[in-house]
Design a protein around this ligand. Sequence first.
Ligand code: CA
Length: 240
Amino acid sequence: MINILVVEDEPAIADVVALFLQREGWHVRVSYDGQQALNAISEQLPSLVILDLKLPKVHGLELLRHLRQATDSFLPVIILTDRSQEKDRIKGLEMGADDYVSKPFSTAELVSRARAVLRRMPVQNPMMIAQYKRPLQFDPLVIDPNSRTVQVAQRTISLTATEFDLLYFLASHPRQIFTREQLFENVRGHHQQPTYNTISVHMRRLRQKVEPDPSKPIWVHTVWGSGYKFEAATVEQRQS
Ligand code: CA
C-alpha cells in the first residue's frame, strides 16, 4: 500500500493535494508543520513525502536534511516551492529531493510527478523500513540511531563508534544505573573494542563532547561507586 505524507501548513492547499492523491488509491496523511511531520514519519515511514519548504517551526530544508540523514536515499521527497524561491529549490534538489513542483501548481501535475517518482523507486526494502528507529530527543540533544549521528542544538557532534554506542545505550534506558562491566558487555563487539578499563575514558570523552558544561552534566551522570546513568532531561526542565 502506497502511503504518502503531505507536509504543508496551508490547510486549503494540503486538503486539495490530499484529495487528489487519495483519488489515485493512495493512503494520505497530512502534517501541518515540521514537528508533526517528524512524528508522523517516526510512526510510519511513508512511501513518498510531499514537502512544502515554507513551514513553521522546522523549515522544510531542515526537515529534508534530517530525512536524508535518517533514511539515506530510500525515502523519496518531492518539494513544493514558490516560483520566486529559486535558491531554496536548488538547495532542496542538492540536498537530495527527488523532484520539485512550483507553486502555484496544478494538482494533475503534482500527481503525475508523484507517480513518476514512485515508479523510479526500487521496490522498497522492507528491511530498511523495519530498521528505522525513532531518534531520541532530549532538547537540545538528538541521538539518531539510523544515521548514528548526535546533535546538540542542531550542531553535529563527532563521536567515535564506541562513544555513540555508549550514549545510545544509556539514553535508551534513562535513569537506570549501569556499572562499567554492564556497559562494556552491552557495547563491545559493535565496532572497535572498548576494554573494560577504558569505559571510563570513553565516558569522560563522551561527556566532554556532548555536555554544554561537562563539570555540571545534564545528561551523562557518574554515580560514584556504582557506574553511570542517563538523565532524560531537557535544558528547559533543568532550568525550571
Ligand atoms: Ca507553506
